[in-house]
Design a protein around this ligand. Structure first.
Ligand code: SIN
Length: 525
């Protein structure tokens, strides 16, 4: 079957899928090697990077002692499951990543004498987090990177599209992707010598999340269908201090608020976290989220709050302008009122398995940023190491691609015609039977902050029964999303049963039915 008339086709040296910080940093570096097509679901505000508040963790001073200390904090927060050598590579890459951003013109916050300002966040043994616009670090970095890329003669931006299929050349190498537009009507085919996934995580698969709704991990599911290995999917990080107001979307109250002296209190004003960890508000994020979950269960009548009323009002307004004004718009003046909080899904430590140059198990396919599992975060990520990973891995991935003789020596081996066919039908579950909301509620309830074996097993059964309802039907964007969400959820539940029970995979109550250490999932065609 030949492509429909609505298919746009183009060829570039490199295809990047995803327009967050990892995608744009990778694009900037790749432009020195060739042409880049970046395909995104929407504007730069459609992904998670844009909303990153806290900042960028760097081992300031960049000497041995500063690097060692940052490495140690990362490994401690990771609940023993980081790869220590890879953590060191990450932290050693911070100097280049930071210097590059400064050279592009990211306006990091400074004091009156021009010295860079640092904040502290939980589980960091010292202040080492740089920030911009107070609590608007993600959007400041992303806008600067995007400004440096858009307008480049070798750069093409394509939106709004979602990946539906990776394209494989006749030699098995990944040579691009097929995309559907957000309405499920138009198609886009991009052929490229290397394809880089930078699509972020899947926290929006959970009913309560700090992420934008688009972050449901559909691109990871598509890569898995082509054979990409996914790993560590059990390790979802839940952020503890997320605004909890009836009828309002969850809104992140940055960990820097605790790092700079904020307290977590119950209705009686008691600081409850010291009951759970000697560092109280500065305990690792997974510990604090679990503590809030346990506290809410033990004392359902008592609310839980973030209190910064003891910090000076002018300082709060200047240092946290976004958080302050958002809360104010909802009737909470942080200088006078406690903010009600409840954890929400925030970040995925696992994803598409890569090495430290972003290589996946599929030749020609790379992954960077949150969509990748590099094992630098272990079972719980240290605060503000995510932007660091996106930037450092962007640089490292391009070095890896640059050193790979394959893409230079070979042209693009076009995929066989059947690979390039535009699907007329697709497998999915009819939306009146299973909705995204049902999947999100299931994951929140059965794969949430504290796991119970009986719930995980019943969650897995429910996902299996929904998958069993899949059948061929018309091609729709919604149908593709549901199929991808179900397939990814199946892998999450499978991983919950075998992943080590530490950090972000904490079980309570019943004893585990199974144990094991391998958490790799090989994809199937
Ligand atoms: C925050 O500002 O609390 C989030 C930063 C992060 O995800 O590390």
């Amino acid at each position: 079957m030949s492509p429909s008339p609505h298919t746009r086709r183009l060829t570039a040296d490199f295809l990047i899928v995803g327009g967050g910080i990892a995608g744009y940093q990778t694009a900037l570096d790749l432009l020195s090697l060739g042409s880049v097509a970046l395909v995104s679901r929407g504007s730069i505000a459609s992904g998670s990077s844009y909303y990153a508040q806290g900042g960028l963790a760097i081992p300031w001073g960049f000497d041995r002692e500063a690097i060692d200390s940052h490495v140690e904090d990362t490994i401690r927060a990771g609940a023993g499951l980081c790869d220590p050598e890879r953590v060191r590579l990450l932290i050693e890459g911070a100097e280049e990543a930071f210097a590059t951003l400064v050279s592009y013109g990211v306006p990091f916050d400074r004091d009156e004498s021009g010295q860079i300002l640092f904040t502290r966040e939980a589980a960091h043994s010292r202040p080492r987090i740089v920030h911009a616009g107070g609590d608007k670090t993600g959007s400041y970095i992303l806008k600067t990177l995007a400004q440096n890329v858009h307008g480049h003669e070798r750069f093409t931006f394509l939106t709004p599209y979602r990946l539906t299929r990776l394209l494989k050349g006749s030699d098995g190498r990944i040579v691009g992707g097929l995309f559907m537009d957000e309405e499920g009507e138009g198609w886009l085919e991009v052929l490229a010598k290397a394809t880089i996934m930078a699509t972020g995580g899947f926290s929006a698969l959970f009913a309560r999340t700090t992420n934008p709704p688009s972050q449901v991990g559909d691109a990871a599911a598509v890569c898995h269908r082509s054979g990409a290995i996914l790993e560590r999917l059990a390790f979802t990080q839940f952020h503890p201090t997320v605004l909890d107001l009836p009828g309002e979307s969850p809104f992140l109250l940055t960990e820097a608020l605790r790092g700079e002296g904020g307290h977590v209190v119950n209705s009686a004003g008691e600081r409850i976290l010291f009951r759970y960890h000697p560092e109280g508000e500065l305990a690792p994020r997974d510990v604090v989220s679990r503590a809030l979950w346990l506290e809410a269960r033990a004392n359902p009548e008592s609310g839980l709050y973030l209190s910064v009323t003891h910090l000076p009002a002018p300082y709060l307004k200047r240092r946290f302008p976004q958080v302050y004004s958002h809360c104010l718009s909802l009737g909470i003046d942080l200088s006078r009122d406690w903010a009600p909080i409840r954890p929400a899904a925030h970040f995925q430590m696992g994803g598409i398995k890569t090495d430290m140059e972003g290589r996946t198990n599929l030749p020609g396919l790379y992954a960077v940023g949150e969509v990748a599992s590099t094992r630098v975060h272990g079972a719980n990520r240290l605060a503000s190491n995510s932007l660091l990973e996106a930037l450092v891995m962007g640089h490292r991935c391009v070095r890896g691609i640059s050193a790979d003789p394959e893409w230079r020596e070979k042209g693009i081996e076009p995929p066989p015609p059947e690979e390039r066919e535009i699907p007329r039908t697709m497998l999915s579950v009819p939306p009146d039977l299973v909705s995204m909301k049902m999947i999100q509620e299931l994951l929140w309830e059965k794969a949430g902050i504290v796991r119970f074996m009986s719930l995980v097993l019943s969650g897995r059964e429910e996902i299996r029964s929904w998958l069993a309802m899949m059948r061929e039907g018309p091609v729709t964007a919604e149908g593709a999303l549901i199929r991808n969400a179900l397939e990814l959820s199946r892998e999450i539940f499978e991983d919950l049963l075998v992943a080590p029970r530490v950090g972000a995979n904490y079980f309570q109550g019943e004893s585990p039915a199974q144990s094991g250490s391998s958490t790799q999932k090989k994809g199937k065609e």
